[in-house]
Design a protein around this ligand. Structure first.
Ligand code: GUN
Ligand code: ZN
Length: 648
């Protein structure tokens, strides 16, 4: 019921099917009061903005009038919303009042009875920083309730889907344990709980660590809901860390206090009242002047502020989705995290987990890498380049620097002749950039300003370590010049084909194996674009092996190229193994569905070019994987590999 359509960082655009309704994630579920009289924004407006809302089953249960209607006509009738209705269980009331008057299984049963689409177990939201013993005990109780709730649902054949909330207070190992144990139970959505007190105190760093630690142990194929996060300022970071759903009571709660939400923080109507217009163009802000709203009676003022708050909340979700599609989510996160030092603190702690995050970050993006500050130095794209540098086989290395005025790719704009010497340019952001592969995303597709000295320090240990590792292969300037002169001399000019050498190195970097051996080196040729002069095709005996994609310069195989990769790359590397059942579909060039993946290279990253094979490693097709290694094994819905061509 959940599949990934598009992605960036750990964020994903997902399709979630609930009771016949299709919900596109990430999205926000406005909190709707079960008592329509207490609902601040008319449900009609909410219907226009969303197909999914969240309300409270415990308030419904414990208010006789509401309960009667809900039991008789159902929750959808009660709140006046006919799409997806999610309910919370009373856990939040439990955390605020210390006690509630319902049994854990009773509230699950009640949610089923009133026709809720997605219900929630009665988890215990342990506050931050409590004694470990309490956090452990309450987590054990939440896990017991979770198991009992899932058993009840199975036993009685309940229709409702269930939220299984992750708890564990601020103990990250308990959060991981909670995720591990809950992940074994068949919940439909995994909310991350008890972050409201942290959000209220702007403890975004703790929230970020809690999200990441939960994500490390949760199944990848279920949507994640960040419970109680309703401020649009925090959405981009939370999405980039893998949250798919949010709920917002904030739009109404803030409005009651005269607070005006923006994607950069909260403003007060009091301080806005002298502006001639609002800094927003939503229907509310383009209709009223700040002073007019300021002078209204409280009820009307609250409603209009709440409407504005809701508009900007959805606006930020749209902006995030667009950033995912463009591949610019990190840029948006870096921008948002500069709106509050505590958000910046959260972005900085993410660095600790980059090895994990990098596994989910796409290998190619449609937009260029924009450097926005020190934190850009530890983005996943940078880390991946450093990891993949060790895929290259070096024989003779010459390390140099390049003037900041030289445009990227350096190899096109510098007269550093290609011979059998690998010229590596020291790069402020990527550490070291080999000229043979410097057209690849993001090495050439990056915009970097002049860095401060302290920023340049960041990569020095990496460069030093590289030099140490390869010290026997590094040439000094005299030796380098000797090789260049040797290469340029008439007698040796034809010995090495620099284009073939470049292709050999590019394939080493992209796939981690030597695809072009010495025999092929002599035989392959290239075709250049007439307009740009850049390499477009790699040919062998008149047939195209690879084309070079213009926006990221990745090598895209043809059928011949795929056969070559299959021969040269050992199993199971760069393989997605499918069930016999779909072998013929794959051979016909149809997409490979996640459900039929039986094995794969666990190191695959999203959007890599892969080989589709059967269990005997016979080549069936080739294409682009939308999922990483872990997801390929875990997802049961949606497309896994977008097949370019089947092989008969
Ligand atoms: N709403 C906000 N936080 C929580 C939580 O931890 N659990 C539940 N069930 N609802 C919440
Ligand atoms: Zn507005």
């Amino acid at each position: 019921m959940f599949e990934i359509k598009d992605r960036d960082a750990m964020g994903r655009i997902g399709k979630l099917k609930i009771n016949g309704h299709k919900i596109e994630t990430p999205t926000i579920m406005p909190v709707v009061h079960p008592n329509p009289k207490k609902q601040v924004v008319p449900i009609e407006l909410i219907k226009k903005l969303t197909d999914i809302i969240i309300t409270n089953s415990y308030i419904t249960y414990s208010t006789p009038k509401l309960r009667e209607i809900a039991e008789e006509k159902g929750i959808h009738e009660l709140v006046g919303f006919d799409k997806v209705v999610v309910t919370d269980s009373g856990s939040f009331q439990l955390s605020v009042y210390g006690d509630i008057d319902v049994e854990p299984l009773e509230i699950v049963e009640f949610q089923e009875k009133i026709g809720v689409d997605v219900g929630t177990i009665l988890d215990i939201p342990t506050p931050p920083d409590v004694e470990r013993e309490r956090a452990e005990k309450e987590l054990e109780e939440t896990l017991r309730r979770a198991k009992a709730s899932i058993e009840l649902k199975k036993e009685k054949n309940f229709k409702l889907l269930l939220n299984g909330t992750i708890q564990g207070s601020t103990y990250l190992d308990l959060r991981r344990k909670s995720a591990e144990e809950m992940g074994k139970l068949d919940f439909d959505i995994y909310p991350i709980g008890a972050v409201v007190p942290l959000m209220e105190e702007y403890r975004y760093r703790d929230v970020a660590e809690i999200i990441i630690n939960a994500k490390m142990c949760l199944p990848t194929n279920k949507p994640i809901h960040l419970f109680g996060c309703g401020h649009p300022m925090a959405f981009a970071l939370a999405v980039a860390l893998g949250c798919d759903l949010f709920d917002s009571a904030a739009y109404a709660l803030y409005a009651k206090e005269g607070r005006y939400l923006t994607e950069r923080g909260t403003l007060h109507l009091e301080n806005l009242k002298d502006l001639d217009r609002f800094p927003c163009s939503c229907p509310v802000c383009s209709t009223y002047k700040p002073k007019e709203i300021y002078r209204m009676d409280k009820k009307q003022r609250t409603r209009l502020l709440a409407e504005h708050n809701l508009y900007v909340t959805f606006e930020e979700i749209s902006r995030i989705k667009n950033a995912i599609k463009e591949g610019s989510l990190w840029e948006l996160v870096e921008e948002r995290c500069r709106c509050h030092p505590k958000l910046l603190d959260a972005l900085r702690v993410v660095r600790k987990y980059m090895d994990f995050i990098e596994r989910f970050d796409p290998v190619t993006k449609k937009s260029a890498f924009f450097y926005s500050g020190y934190e850009s130095l530890f983005r996943p794209e940078v880390l991946r380049h450093k990891k993949r540098l060790s895929r290259l086989k070096f024989d003779k290395i010459y390390i140099t620097t390049v003037s900041k005025r030289v445009e990227k790719p350096y190899s096109e704009n510098l007269n550093l002749i290609h011979s059998d010497v690998d010229v590596l340019v020291i790069d402020d952001v990527f550490g070291l950039v080999p000229l043979y592969i410097d057209t690849f995303y993001p090495l050439a597709q990056s915009e970097v300003p002049d860095l401060f000295e302290f920023e340049k320090e960041y990569n020095k240990p990496f460069v030093k370590e590289f030099i140490e590792k390869y010290k026997d292969k590094i040439l000094d300037i005299t030796t380098y010049n000797y090789y260049i002169n040797y290469y340029n001399s008439e007698a040796n000019k034809n010995k090495i084909n620099p284009d073939a050498l470049r292709i050999k190195k590019m394939l080493q970097y992209q796939y981690g194996y030597d695809i072009i051996d010495d025999g092929l080196m002599k035989k392959i040729t290239i075709k250049r674009s007439k307009t740009t002069g850049r390499i477009r095709y790699v040919m062998l005996d008149g047939k195209t092996l690879f084309s070079i994609r213009s926006y990221d310069n990745l090598l895209i195989p043809t059928e011949e190229g795929a056969r070559l990769l299959h021969k040269k790359i050992p199993y199971p590397k760069y393989r997605v193994v499918v069930d016999r059942e779909v072998e013929e579909f794959a051979r016909e060039g149809k997409s490979v569905y996640a459900k039929f993946v039986v094995d794969c290279d666990e190191e695959l990253r999203p959007y890599e070019e892969v080989l589709v094979v059967n269990e005997d490693d016979e080549l069936l097709a080739f294409g682009t994987t939308l999922l990483n290694g872990k997801e390929l094994m875990e997802f049961n819905y949606g497309i896994a590999v977008d097949v370019r061509k089947g092989i008969k």
